[in-house]
Each structure stands twice: as structure tokens, then as C-alpha cells.
Design a binder for this molecule. Structure first.
Ligand code: ADP
Ligand code: MG
Ligand code: ZN
Length: 493
């Protein structure tokens, strides 16, 4: 039988605010020593009162707006009760029936293997809650113990829940990539998946093709990369198909992805909303989000990736591919536009833009990838790259030697001109110096000279290569070729 896959994603995004969701503790939990970012509120001490972080509310509303959601005027926070040591208070402050944003959508291109094509994927809701403490378990130790780090407790967490509109792991990947780019461009989160700033739980079910009744779903957790989400979904779809084809029924449950084995395993049976005994948080006032506030946030929304890609492509006359590469992250696009602007008058000339694009997507990306660094933390600034390109443009440095100079700039953070001077890499445009190298090359290669004189013009290229070798790549190439040809012609009897 043919089956159709149904997927809905719940994405948790840690908001990049300075302080936590309901207290003044710094939210920089990743770099701080364990349990040094705590106070009576996030430790859950009796009598401590929460205060809503305005910035976190704004970030959530901005995300809701970018997802074309409705922002209801009245929202509130609720207590979600469950007993687990990662919850200091025994409940998490979340939003139950009145979230900050409702009923939006996110466009995807669609899975080319399916017939649905590009279309909007429904977003059910975007709500705000607090993160929980981080636990580390040591079950293999003689006594078996766990450690709790409360630093993460109370960090603002935004949850984005999609409708069950996705129809394959590939579509889930597209939705996630696009959402990830969106929150980054909005500047509301660093969205680093490895660090757990952007986490995804995937709900998946299958049904006979053509059916309009949803099948029983499982919820898969524990994926820490887009690739794991994709693989976990592929595995889970196949597992459910086998269960059904063997005459069984899919059990509604939470399953965990085990990365190194490439499988999902049952963790616990599905919990329901009533298990959590939700009720309105009595220590926080309901929130009224007026139209004025929403309007001002709407008008302050930055340009997002799809718009920026289209603009950059048109404005700088680049290919769609280049524009795509240059807008994979907001930091990348900012770096590109800053560099092109610094190149001055020529700023809008497609040639300059293309040159910057090539260096960025080529050598610079290579260096960044090698030490797993984001361009936002690139040791070569847009000003540094501009200086390097200036040296190439005015003939002081050859393109081939610019590559090792860039590597040095990357490694030492030093300015291009200094590196060129110190290492004696400047391009040689001095005719006399190049002529000396030409004479040396001609004297050392009588066979190539004879070949040339008998009509084999490629021999000139070979000798040109020898000149470049003698000058350690520093001879100005066109001049070198001219002088090689002149030198060869002078050999004619
Ligand atoms: P819960 O909070 O219990 O996880 P929700 O109703 O909020 O349940 O739904 C969670 C996610 O599950 C949503 O993203 C939704 O799209 C998805 N979902 C709901 N039903 C199905 C289904 N039958 N198959 C796949 N995904 C589903
Ligand atoms: Mg869920
Ligand atoms: Zn605190």
C-alpha cells in the first residue's frame, strides 16, 4: 500500500536577551561557571516574584509577525506543572490557551519528489516560556548521580508549533532551514543548534495515500542537527510503515533519536495537556499588547533572507547562486555589503561585487570552515579584505600571492600591506628585474626555445611558468609574458 507521511514540528528557540525571562540574572549561561547565574526567582525559592522580560515579548511578537501570525491583544502566562529535577519550582511558566501569536505560515519550496510543490506551511502558534535547568547524568558511576546547573533555568524560550502540513523529511528540512534563517535575520536568537539554542521535536504519522484522517503520531526528540532531524524522520516513517504492514498499530508515544545507532527508541507514553494541570500564573498580570506596539515592531522588522537575496542579486548584478551563498546568514550578507561599500566608488560595479563574492565564498569560507568559525567572528574584517583587494587592484600584489596573504591575515589578524612587506611578496612590475629572470629562463631551457622558434607557441607559456618560478610568483603576469615573447623573438637568427 502507498502511504502518505504527515509531519508537524515544534521548534524551541532560545531568545538572545541580556537577562532571563522572569528575573534580572544574565542569560549568558553557556560560558558561565555552573550555578553562578541564579537568584531567588530562577532558583524557585518560595515567595520570589517573577517580572516579565519586555525584550523577550518583543522578540516573540516580531517572530510572530514575520510568520504572518495574528497577534491577539490579550495574552497571559500559565503554569505547566510536572515533577522533574530540572524544574526548580515544580512548574514551568509557559503559555497555554492564549499564546502571543496565532495562525501564521512559512513558505517552503516543497519536496521535488512529491506533487504538492511550493506552498505555505501553517504555523499554529508562537508562545513564550522559560527554559529549564540543565542536567548531567552519571548513571555508570558507582553511586549513580546527576548534576543540576540552574544557569539555564529561566532563559527565555520561544516555541513555534507548525500545523501537520509537512509531507516528507525533506519538507521538514526546508521548513527548519527557513525558520532558522528567519530567527537569525530577525536577530532574536543566535540559533546555534549544537549549543541547543534551536531545538526541534518532530511529530510524525503515516496514513494510506488519499486518506484525509490523520494517523496516530509519535513525537521524536533528541536531534541536534538538521541532518539528525532528517534521518530520524526517515527512520521513524519507515518504522511506522513496518508496524502497520505487519498488522500492528502505531502507539502514540515519545521516542528518542539515538544518533550513533541511527534509530529511535521508545522513551515514554505520550503525555496529554490535562497531565500538566495548566492554570493561569497568579504571580503575573495578563499582557495587553496594543496595536501601536505591534505596529512599531512591524515597521522595525529587518529585511529577511528571501528579500535580501533578491535585492543583493539585483543591486549587484550577481547570479542567483552567488546571492544565495551570500545570504545564508545575516552575518554573511552584512560582511558582503560592508566590504563592497568600503571598496568605494566602484561599489555598484558588478565586477567589484563579483570579486568580493568570490573571495568570500571561496578562500575566506574555506578558512572559516576549517576552524568551524562563523563569519561573524572572522579575524579578517571587511576593512581587511578591502585592503587586500586594493593591493590586487593597484597591481602591488598578484592574485595568486593574495591567497597566502589572506591566510596570514586570517592567522595573525595583521594588515595586508604589512604582511606583503615583511614577506617580500609584492608584485614585481619592474621591467629590468623581470628581464633578468627571462634571460635566466631562456638560458636554462634551450629545448623550449628551439620548440618556440620552430612554431610551437605553447613553449612560451612554459618559459613564462619558469619566470614565475624564478620570481617566486611575484612577476606581474602580463608583463612577464610580454617580456618572454620579446626575449624569444630576439633569439631568431
Ligand atoms: P502536544 O502539545 O501534545 O505535542 P499539539 O497539538 O500541540 O500537541 O501538536 C504538536 C505537534 O504535532 C504540532 O506540530 C502538530 O502539527 C503535530 N501533529 C498533530 N497531529 C499530528 C499527526 N497526526 N501527525 C503528525 N503530526 C501531528
Ligand atoms: Mg509536543
Ligand atoms: Zn535569576
Amino acid at each position: 500500500m502507498e502511504y502518505e507521511t504527515v509531519i508537524g514540528l515544534e521548534v524551541h528557540v532560545q531568545l538572545d536577551t541580556r537577562s532571563k525571562m522572569f528575573c534580572g540574572c544574565p542569560a549568558d549561561y553557556q560560558t558561565a561557571e555552573p550555578n553562578t547565574r541564579t537568584c531567588p526567582v530562577c532558583l524557585g525559592l518560595p515567595g520570589a516574584l517573577p517580572v516579565i522580560n519586555r525584550r523577550a515579548v518583543e522578540y516573540t511578537v516580531m517572530t510572530g509577525l514575520a510568520l504572518h501570525c495574528r497577534i491577539p491583544e490579550f495574552t497571559k502566562f500559565d503554569r505547566k506543572n510536572y515533577p522533574y529535577p530540572d524544574l526548580m519550582k515544580g512548574y514551568q511558566i509557559s503559555q497555554y490557551d492564549l499564546p502571543l501569536a496565532l495562525n501564521g505560515y512559512l513558505e517552503i519550496d516543497g519536496d521535488p519528489d512529491l506533487e504538492y510543490g511550493g506552498r505555505p506551511i501553517g504555523v499554529e502558534r508562537v508562545h513564550l516560556e522559560e527554559d529549564v535547568a540543565k542536567m548531567q547524568h552519571f548513571p555508570d558511576d558507582a553511586d549513580g548521580y546527576s548534576l543540576v546547573d540552574v544557569n539555564r533555568s529561566g532563559v527565555p524560550l520561544m516555541e513555534i508549533v507548525s500545523k501537520p502540513d509537512l509531507r516528507s523529511p525533506e519538507e521538514a528540512r526546508q521548513y527548519l532551514t527557513s525558520l532558522h534563517s528567519m530567527v537569525q535575520y530577525l536577530g532574536v536568537s543566535t540559533a546555534n543548534m549544537q549549543d541547543g539554542n534551536f531545538r526541534c521535536d518532530a511529530n510524525v504519522s503515516i496514513r494510506p495515500a488519499g486518506s484525509d484522517i490523520f494517523g496516530t503520531r509519535t513525537e521524536v526528540k533528541n536531534m541536534n542537527s538538521f541532518r539528525s532531524v532528517y534521518l530520524a524522520l526517515e527512520y521513524e516513517v519507515e518504522r511506522q510503515r513496518r508496524v502497520v504492514e505487519d498488522g500492528g498499530t502505531v502507539v502514540q508515544e515519545t521516542r528518542g533519536w539515538v544518533e550513533d545507532r541511527g534509530v529511535t527508541v521508545s522513551q515514554r507514553s505520550k503525555e496529554y495537556a490535562h497531565d500538566y494541570r495548566y492554570f493561569p500564573e497568579p504571580d503575573l498580570p495578563p499582557l495587553n499588547i496594543g496595536a501601536e506596539w505591534v505596529d512599531s515592531l512591524q515597521s522595525a522588522l529587518p529585511e529577511l533572507a528571501p528579500q535580501r537575496k533578491a535585492r543583493i542579486q539585483a543591486q549587484y548584478g550577481l547570479s542567483e547562486y552567488d546571492a544565495g551563498q551570500l545570504t545564508v546568514s545575516r552575518a554573511m550578507a552584512d560582511y558582503f555589503e560592508a566590504t563592497v561599500a568600503l571598496r568605494g566608488e566602484a561599489a555598484n560595479r558588478p565586477a567589484v561585487a563579483k570579486e568580493v563574492a568570490n573571495w568570500m565564498t571561496g578562500d575566506l569560507s574555506y578558512l572559516l570552515n576549517q576552524d568551524h568559525r562563523d563569519i561573524a567572528a572572522c579575524p579578517v574584517s571587511p576593512a581587511g579584505l578591502t585592503e587586500l583587494l586594493g593591493l590586487i587592484a593597484d597591481g602591488s600584489l598578484s592574485t595568486s600571492l593574495a591567497k597566502p596573504v589572506l591566510e596570514q591575515m586570517y592567522a595573525t589578524g595583521g594588515p595586508a600591506a604589512e604582511i606583503v612587506r615583511e614577506q617580500g611578496l609584492a608584485q614585481i612590475s619592474d621591467t629590468g628585474e623581470i628581464e633578468a629572470a627571462v634571460a635566466e629562463a631562456i638560458a636554462a631551457n634551450p629545448k623550449a626555445v628551439a620548440d618556440y622558434l620552430s612554431g610551437k607557441e605553447t613553449a612560451a607559456r612554459f618559459l613564462m611558468g619558469q619566470v614565475m618560478r624564478i620570481t617566486k610568483g611575484q612577476a606581474q603576469p602580463e608583463l612577464a609574458l610580454q617580456l618572454v615573447q620579446a626575449g624569444l623573438e630576439a633569439q631568431r637568427p
